[in-house]
Design a binder for this molecule. Sequence first.
Ligand code: T5A
Length: 212
Amino acid sequence: MRKNKFIIIEGLEGAGKTNASICIKKILNKHHIVNVVLVRQPGSTPIAEEIRKLIKKKFDKDDLTKEAELLLMYAARVQLVEKKIKPALKTGKWVISDRHDLSSLAYQGGGLGINTIIINKLKSLFLKKCIPDLTIYLDVSPKIGLERVFKRSPLDRIESRSLKFFENVRKIYLKNIKNNQKFIKINANSDIKSVTKNITKKISNWLNTQVI
Ligand code: T5A
């Protein structure tokens, strides 16, 4: 039997992470891996879902400072890691997470300009034993991704930021996945069918390289 894994899906808004999570779960099931837990960040525990609402809400006369935004992301993440992800991994389950700490590095670091040293400090303080085995990065142009999200529903607080913000976020993603064996990059600009086909091919290949 393959050892259980912690898999992350990353990408900008509208990259298709929700679709990818479901697709990967199906591939795992086809390989007889049935103990799979799907989570999203921020969220997936009662408290983290409340933090998520706060993060997405637009305030008329007040706004989160960038540091407060980072800490809220980490508060939700630590809650999820301790309450759900670590217990699931300990009991042999596979975990697929829609976003993880790389989102903070990309959005609060690249997008908002918080010093990487601070973000990495939070990571080393709180996520030591929760390192992903694989990260799938869905690479979408900010314009295409935001158009998809805009068609779906009104934009939330973070989605309403400038194109420049998302371009900076993407730069950090691309910088971090470069030459890293634990990342799979998928072009997410094309239609769902082609993206899904590509994910299926790459994940199946990756699974075949994992020790049985
Ligand atoms: N955030 C999060 C931070 O700033 N720092 C952090 O540390 C963390 C963890 C979370 C927000 O928080 C920020 C990032 C986010 O702004 P969210 O709503 O969960 O809020 O945002 P996302 O995670 O980006 O979720 P989205 O739903 O916006 O993006 P997805 O999941 O990538 O996209 P998906 O699959 O829901 O698709 C969106 C729409 O596009 C269509 C879908 O049908 C759907 O309508 N679509 C496609 N259409 C055409 N072609 C394709 N290939 C398509 N793929 C999807």
